[in-house]
Write a protein that binds this ligand. Structure first.
Ligand code: G4P
Length: 541
């Protein structure tokens, strides 16, 4: 075992020091589900990772909550997967795979202390990886790189790392290097230790931990296992890396500029354990978090945390609503009372749970870096800061302007009340935004979303959770701006072609536009008005 936890003096410091809270960022299909499963396998949280055939079923059992995900085979909601490994407490923030739910992913990344960028060895940095990388970069969080699918002939590894550097401006420092690739992929060379790890191809299709043999590159074992030619090839490649690449710089890594890079084949667990051990050793424990009162250190005695996700009706047997809180300082005890800095209200954090997909386990204590889900009776919103006396606010939970709009109709007017309740709760969860023309009792509400699939989830959830048969009619708008100014001026501007005036749940006016051009022209023509991309007062990234 290479990992070791720093010696700490107090219990609090020890608990903080052993926590690693991270998320995996990738483009769909790079292997995130597979890698997540394998990390859980090594963490003892899963006894058998799904085999190739059973994998889809296993995936539903682990990270999906709602029916639609099963039907579509996509992961819509985020969950937090916790496990212990070698005295570390690992919190893996699972994020939705589909781009249409990226709002949720961006918010979840704010709760992470580091990220693992997973790349397909043939594709390198793809569109969604790039976007998620930018969110991490803005927060200066350290990023690891895992190059997956090395059993397939891919881009030459050096070229791939060069592309990452060109594309993202982040340098890769290979901790491991593939020994052969494509179908011949045998193992990896661990540079700093000078060790070759050879993996056994086993019959278990990656369901169990992989058997491996490790030996120094300079020695008889290497010659026996690899043959002199392959030893020479690995040595040459290692020398090339020393000459061509940057040296290891812990500080540059902690600033997010240098990425420890690993190669592997998640499908059969090749390279997963070496990665996990190095990850735990290098990844930072919870760090001070910026607030409007300056940085809050995790070691501070007073409790603080923020809500980054709200999920209703996770369990059809309990029609409840769970707020996920990332703890930033102090310690958490069930039933404790805190102050919501937004509303000033006292809130009791009751029935805390940690989540292992569908399973919920009671939490009796939690420390900075942990995520707990507490029962929410509607007092909490995404982005809320919770502290002992409500004296500070954490920023940085990103909000996005919707780009798809639809009118919601219910054929049965008697269900209108249920519709309004459902829409209000789902919008508080961040599942969609709700707008009205004039007043709530007026014509049918309008919903806005960043990704169009969010609408499908909305309709499905209105049906299953609120018993409302809702029909959505797409509207031609693709931009929204909240607008401040004289009401008359707003109405005048709104009367132009291709625009629409609506109000959000707090009766703040906003204009919808058909396209960018129409929006820009309107903004230029009305300098007396102030336009906001998201609701005023909400933090933007
Ligand atoms: P995602 O969550 O990032 O979308 O990816 P996922 O893990 O679902 O993996 C996408 C596909 O890539 C899957 O194949 C998976 O088996 C495959 N894969 C993952 N890791 C590796 C690897 O190391 N090597 C190779 N060759 N393939 C890998 P699929 O056919 O789409 O799904 P399935 O039928 O295997 O479930």
């Amino acid at each position: 075992m290479t990992g070791s936890v720093p010696t700490t003096t107090t219990r609090r410091e020890r608990e903080i020091g052993r926590r690693r809270t991270f998320a995996i960022i990738s483009h769909p299909d790079a292997g995130k589900t597979t890698l997540t499963e394998k990390l859980l396998l090594y963490g003892g949280a899963l006894h058998l990772a799904g085999s190739v055939k059973a994998r889809k079923a296993a995936r539903h059992a682990t990270s999906d909550w709602i029916e639609m995900e099963k039907e579509r085979g996509i992961s819509v909601t985020s969950s937090v997967l916790q496990f212990e490994y070698d005295d570390y407490r690992v919190n893996l923030l699972d994020t939705p795979g589909h781009a249409d739910f990226s709002e949720d992913t961006y918010r979840t990344l704010v709760a992470a202390d580091s990220a693992v960028m997973l790349l397909d060895n043939r594709k390198g940095v793809e569109e969604r990886t790039r976007k998620l990388f930018k969110v991490c970069e803005r927060r200066d969080i350290p990023i690891f790189t895992f190059v997956n699918k090395c059993d397939r002939v891919g881009t030459d590894p050096l070229e791939l790392l060069d592309d990452v550097e060109q594309d993202l401006g982040m340098t890769c420092y290979p901790f491991t290097w593939p020994v052969l690739d494509g179908p011949e992929f045998l193992g990896v060379y661990e540079r700093r230790a000078g060790l070759v790890h050879l993996f056994e191809k086993g019959e278990h299709h990656g369901q169990e931990r992989v058997e491996e043999t490790a030996f120094p590159l300079d020695g008889d074992a290497a010659r026996d296992h690899l043959g002199p030619e392959l030893v020479e090839k690995v040595r040459e490649e290692a020398e090339l890396l020393e000459l061509a690449g940057a040296g290891w710089d812990q500080e540059a890594f902690e600033r997010g500029e240098l990425s420890p890079t690993f190669f592997g084949r998640a499908l059969t667990n090749f390279g997963v354990e070496i990665f996990l051990e190095q990850f735990l050793r290098l990844a930072p424990p919870p760090r001070p978090r910026p607030s409007d009162r300056g940085p809050v250190a995790p070691s501070e005695e007073d409790f603080s945390g923020f809500v980054f996700k709200i999920q209703a009706n996770m369990d059809p047997n309990h029609r409840d609503r769970v707020a996920f809180i990332r703890i930033c300082s102090g310690s958490f005890e069930p039933g404790m009372e805190v102050t919501n800095a937004r509303s000033g209200d006292r809130v009791r954090l009751s029935q805390p749970r940690k989540f292992m997909a569908r399973e919920r386990e009671a939490v009796d204590e939690a420390w900075p870096g942990d995520v707990v889900g507490v029962l929410d009776r509607g007092d909490l919103h995404i982005g809320d800061t919770l502290t002992e006396d409500g004296d500070l606010t954490f920023g940085g939970i990103p909000r996005f302007s919707p780009e798809h709009f639809a009118r919601v109709r219910v054929p049965d007017p008697l269900r209108r009340k249920h519709l309004d309740k459902g829409l209000q709760q789902l919008s508080e969860e961040g599942a969609a935004q709700v707008f009205y023309e004039g007043s709530r009792v007026g014509p049918s509400p309008i919903v806005g979303a960043v990704g169009v699939l969010q609408f499908d989830v909305l309709v499905h959830r209105l049906d299953t959770e609120y018993d409302v048969d809702a029909r959505l009619e797409a509207m031609p708008y693709s931009r929204a701006r909240w607008v401040e100014g004289e009401e008359e001026a707003i109405r005048r501007v709104a009367s132009g072609y291709g625009r629409k005036l609506v109000y959000d749940g707090k009766e703040r006016p906003l204009l919808l536009f058909e396209n960018d051009f129409s929006m820009r022209r309107t903004m230029e023509d009305a300098p007396e008005l102030i336009f906001h991309e998201v609701a005023p007062g909400a933090p933007v990234e």
